[in-house]
Design a binder for this molecule. Structure first.
Ligand code: FES
Ligand SMILES: [Fe+2]
Length: 356
């Protein structure tokens, strides 16, 4: 076990993970690695996504090297043909008698919120109702950015650390999310069903550069950073801005509040690489596509800043010769890691080796 990622020599399997944006998949064969499983993805003639193990049971040629025929995928070596459930339906030289053992694993899928979700665990436990709810997704008064996708060469829990850490913006995102108070105001931590929230209010300060030209009030405001992560690896980062004096803990949300929610879906590729999908959702300027594009470009640049840091963190942690510290700002992330470790232990009937 890697001591820096207690209990994470594995992945939570009985969950939905994002494979990509729905439009990324069509009538071609796409090879992907998710949770160290190599899969091939395509859409059948009705547009439904099919995800199969990417390995022909004959000589293990990846099925993604083959072709699609109708709803089936055909191996590119000798033509073993599989249906959408992974069952072998045609075998060369034994057309009347395809070998029963030739099946490949199939994974349940669901297109939701513009992304393709894949269930990586026990097939009979797959329930699309467990895919995260996104309130206001269809509310015409809310605006959305385009959907982003980026890969990061680091363990997915380093990304979660970052997404439960409102403080890093003060050093990593100087031209976007940094602002007065982000370096020193205390953090509140709350454990919720299936996740952790780290949050704080910063009162009566100027907004950070990313937001300053989209707020209909100012020059100072109250700002809430709400960093929420849910198992297995979804981050809901909500920014709330109100006119100064209208925000603060325990107050009902001001009707003047500007709310922007960054939805982030992380999918482990393996122990040192991850896929990261996201979009932002705001409660104003719904049809302002120029603003959506501006927010998309700004967030994309910020995530690139995170990527640059986190890939170096992976390298630094991998080659460290001594110990490392946790700070107070890591408390939320450590609780999340404990949740991950306990959930994996529950799925595998083992006990987590230690609490972080
Ligand atoms: S390797 Fe696939 S049919 Fe032979
Ligand atoms: Fe960041």
């Amino acid at each position: 076990m890697r001591p820096d990622l207690a209990g994470t020599d594995g992945y939570i399997r009985n969950c939905w993970y994002v494979a990509g944006r729905s439009e990324d998949f069509g009538r071609t064969l796409t090879a992907l690695t998710m949770l160290e499983d190599e899969v091939v993805i395509y859409r059948d003639t009705k547009g439904r996504a099919v995800v199969l193990e990417d390995s022909c049971p004959h000589r293990k040629l990846p099925l993604s090297r083959g072709s699609i025929e109708g709803d089936h995928v055909v191996c590119g070596y000798h033509g073993l043909t599989f249906d959408c459930t992974g069952e072998c339906v045609i075998a060369p030289t034994q057309l009347d008698n395809p070998p029963r053992r030739a099946a490949v694993r199939s994974y349940p899928t669901s297109d939701r919120w513009g992304f393709l979700w894949v269930w990586m665990g026990d097939q009979d436990k797959a329930d699309p109702a467990q895919i995260i709810d996104i309130p206001n997704f269809d509310n015409a008064e809310w605006g959305k950015t385009p959907k982003g996708a980026v890969s990061m060469t680091c363990h997915y829990l380093y990304i979660i650390d970052n997404l439960l850490d409102p403080s890093h913006v003060a050093w990593v995102h100087l031209t976007s999310f940094a602002g007065a108070g982000t370096d020193n105001r205390p953090l509140d931590i709350e454990e919720i069903d299936g996740g952790v929230i780290v949050s704080r209010w910063i009162l009566a300060e100027p907004p950070p550069p990313y937001y300053e030209n989209m707020l209909p009030f100012g020059p100072t405001c109250d700002r809430k950073q709400h960093y929420e992560c849910r198992l297995p690896a979804t981050a809901i980062n909500m920014s709330v801005y109100t006119p100064a004096g209208e925000g603060g803990s325990g107050k009902p949300q001001s009707p003047n509040a500007f709310v922007n929610i960054s939805y982030n879906f992380i999918t482990p590729i393996d122990a040192t690489s991850s896929m990261y999908f996201w979009f932002q959702h705001r409660n104003m300027h719904a049809t302002d596509t120029a603003l959506s594009d501006q927010m998309f470009a700004g967030a994309k640049m910020a995530f690139q800043e995170d990527k640059d840091v986190l890939e170096q963190v992976q390298i630094g942690m991998d080659k460290r010769k001594g110990g490392y510290l946790n700070l107070g700002l890591d408390a939320g992330a450590m609780r999340f890691r404990n949740r991950v470790a306990r959930t994996i232990a529950g799925e595998t009937n083992t006990s987590p080796e230690r609490d972080a």
